[in-house]
Write a protein that binds this ligand. Structure first.
Ligand SMILES: [Fe+2]
Ligand SMILES: [Fe+2]
Length: 187
């Protein structure tokens, strides 16, 4: 497994954890109860999902797909388009949180979760395995180093750790410490 693909798959785990907890809140009608943490949730989608995770895929990993099989190359524009859709949902969620409009908020959370579960599955089942060959040896290390520099400059070195801590804090707050639920979004 290539370093960059391993790191991006690890991001997916953090993203799914947050999506699972918030889509459970939307389904159970408990958003009001957890209103205080929702501004952080909406920032997480804009910063971690969009700028950090999708940013690294688009800047460093997808360009390497030029050396991947045609069926993988053909999927890249579609994946980038899906990132745009995810960002639209994240922006709508930020507005819904600012206005505290829980009906549309619950709907946008559900739609974002469904959209991202499908997108992540596509990347993990087809795109990442299909790109292994294009990320051989030095190339993987090269883009890893570029990606680490991007993280340091744009987010600060401790950003991934802070995102992971946030996902755990959110889960503990909503489900109780040490409780693991498996909602239907996990697929
Ligand atoms: Fe992606
Ligand atoms: Fe991804």
């Amino acid at each position: 497994m290539r370093i960059m693909i391993t790191l991006l798959s690890y991001d997916h785990g953090i993203l799914r954890q947050v999506l699972d907890v918030v889509s459970d809140m939307a389904a159970e009608g408990t958003l009001d109860q957890h209103r205080d943490i929702m501004p952080e949730v909406s920032r997480f989608f804009l910063d971690f999902m969009d700028r950090y995770h999708h940013g690294r895929e688009e800047k460093f990993v997808f360009p390497a797909a030029t050396d991947s099989p045609e069926r993988i190359r053909a999927m890249i524009p579609e994946l980038i388009d899906e990132h745009r859709t995810a960002r639209s949902f994240a922006l709508a969620i930020a507005d819904n949180v600012a206005d505290w409009d829980t009906g549309p908020l619950a709907e946008n959370i559900r739609d974002l979760a469904a959209h991202m579960m499908h997108h992540i599955k596509e990347e993990e089942d087809f795109v990442f395995p299909g790109m292994e060959g294009a990320l051989e040896g030095d190339r993987d290390l090269d883009i890893f180093e570029q990606s680490q520099a991007f993280i340091r400059e744009e987010f600060g070195e401790d950003f991934p750790k802070r995102a992971e801590d946030f996902a755990n804090r959110l889960q503990d707050k909503v489900w109780g410490e040490g409780v693991i639920k498996y909602p239907s979004t996990r697929g």
